[in-house]
Design a protein. Structure first.
Length: 234
């Protein structure tokens, strides 16, 4: 097998979601031996300040992680967290490396479903990013009302704390159902914790998992099947 690019992953936000992302990379790599897999350098750093807290200074920490991944040999980056993409420009400037963008990947996949309105289950920061990217696809964004959004955030933190049972799945499904009732024609799992508890069988419309699609793209880029994204241009 020809030499592949080395992937650098900024992770730990949260750790379980990062491990799920890495498992997907392994699963989607066509390999007959250890040597056929791509090399992955990952910083699972749960000490990154909460991306949902204004002024948390997550950006500089993520930028430092990205620079270290380049120093370790990474050729291209991925971020295993939707909300952290708010710092994508800073991460690319600090590392000088191209980034395979999870938000862009999810928005493009939503458009390819044929939907005109996408419901997003994500943090407020992720919703802002998806609003912009979906608008570029001429799509509308459907979000939870403020009360349900707060309840959704509380559920996310419970998942981060280790809850994975049927009750959690039912609650997440209820949020997805609410978005469909409000006109969403597809649902984007806009937080990497969402797919840990909810799958396609739990939604009435197509479920887009940006983390899964990002894993596929990372494999494709590193194996040379897809063009490497352009590096950050000042």
């Amino acid at each position: 097998m020809t030499e592949s690019l080395t992937l650098g992953v900024l992770g730990g936000m949260g750790p379980a979601a990062t491990l799920d992302f890495l498992a997907k990379i392994q699963a989607y790599t066509p390999a007959k031996s250890d040597q056929d897999h791509i090399r992955v350098l990952v910083d699972i750093n749960p000490k990154v300040p909460d991306r949902n807290t204004p002024g948390s200074l997550a950006g500089p920490v993520l930028a430092e992680m990205a620079g270290a991944l380049r120093g370790a040999g990474a050729d291209v980056l991925a971020i295993a967290c939707n909300t952290a993409h708010a710092h994508a420009d800073l991460i690319q400037r600090a590392s000088g490396l191209p980034l395979i963008d999870m938000i862009e990947t999810g928005a493009t996949a939503a458009r390819e479903t044929g939907a005109m309105r996408a419901g997003v289950l994500g943090t407020k920061g992720a919703l802002r990013l998806y609003r912009e990217y979906l608008a570029a696809q001429a799509m509308g964004l459907v979000t939870l009302d403020p009360e349900r959004q707060e309840a959704f955030m509380a559920l996310l933190y419970r998942i981060k704390a280790g809850e994975r049972g049927p009750a959690v799945t039912r609650e997440m499904k209820a949020f997805a159902d609410a978005l469909v009732k409000m006109g969403a024609e597809t649902i984007i799992a806009g937080c990497t914790e969402v797919p840990l508890v909810m799958g396609q069988e739990d939604t009435r419309v197509e479920l887009v998992d940006p983390g899964e699609l990002l894993a596929r793209r990372c494999v494709a880029v590193c194996l040379g099947w897809e063009t490497v994204p352009a590096a950050f241009d000042e």
